[in-house]
Design a protein around this ligand. Sequence first.
Ligand code: GLY
Ligand code: MN
Ligand code: MN
Length: 447
Amino acid sequence: MDIHHPDLHPLFAEHMATLTQRSDAALAKAGFDHLLIPAGNLHYQFLDDRDYPFCVNPQFKHWLPVTNAPGSWLVYTPGRKPKLVFLQPADYWHVVPEAPAGYWVEHFDIIIIREAEEALAHLPKDTDRCAIIGETGSALGPVVPNNPQAVIDHLHYHRMCKTAYELAMMRVASKIGARAHRAAEAAFRNGASEFDIHMAYLASARQTEHELPYSNIICLNEHAAVLHYHSLQHAPPAHRHSFLIDAGASFHGYASDITRTHSADTGDAFQGLINDMDAMQQHLCARVRAGQDYAALHVDTHRLLGGILKQHGFIRMSAESAVEAGVTSTFFPHGLGHPIGLQVHDVAAFAADESGKSIARPDGHPYLRMTRTLEPGAVVTIEPGLYFIDMLLAKLKDDTALAREIDWQRVDAFRKFGGIRIEDDVVCTEGEPENLTRDAFAAVGQR
Ligand code: GLY
Ligand code: MN
Ligand code: MN
């Protein structure tokens, strides 16, 4: 979808109407007259002139699809057209940010500046009437981010529910990711190393590492047991058993977050386990419905996983006893998922309401990333896993009573596969959920 696509004009107009409405309410509630959002500044390495990759303020990219705009500002005063103070420095060392263009520009009064300090002249003078949302390093003279909690709480709470424009961006991010996942799987089947699979992914996505919404997790064999594995071996392993890839893509500031697990031998017992995990994951995706308590869905996942552990001969105890005794947590030690959007782990995942009240995690689930109740427009990941993690298995073995309930021979036989995670991004609607990831894989075809 290119930036001149005619369908984006009405979608973006509606997106802006929603943002201004939410901002009006947040400012009124907290007693401010203006909303100021700095895009952020470049950060430099200690005692060096090398800058870190620029990461735009997510609040800024909510308003416009511009992610490379250090030194720029968004100014919104209720009732007025939003103003973009856009820094395009006179610089012959670097490529300067492109001049604003596309479906979104008509919604802003755009002022081009050449020096960061010039922004001051275009920002409201009464800074104490301004809600200024940005990191400390974005301060410009007297304009210092104050990050009023009431404004942030309100904006974050409502950000969970995506506009039609945002969903359109996320569908594209999902398709880019799905296509690159196909390329990565092909590289795996051809015997590539983790490093080469990673490069195949980037080439297919046509995104640099920095453009991705998070660092790729690319694991062969037992590396899949490391939840955030980033070590990328350059040489392929002597034997290939399994491949777990957790990799997303970005589009106009929006993320996709996709995990797939493949067996080298699609006729083996590990593939059988993948198939059952996939069926369970699809069942969970189908339960992304308005009114569903996300924490309850996570707890149900443990019950279902207990059934899979029993069925595949890893445990001797019942599924219910495995959940009760915490045995399922040995095999599934992370949360079911999280909201996703402008950030891969999007905000307000625990919010009870728009005023900052939060919902605690259920006892015994310290890594759950979301407890909120689903509403139409919410986009969440559903990413159950089943892993063979030496450290956690050793702890289980130390518990003599529980250790008797485990078939260690069966468990040991699966350690070489590392584990399984299957992750889709799913939209809660008024009715049937929309699975962005499955739709994207269907759209991009086999290769
Ligand atoms: N890729 C990080 C996550 O799945 O949450
Ligand atoms: Mn995720
Ligand atoms: Mn992921």
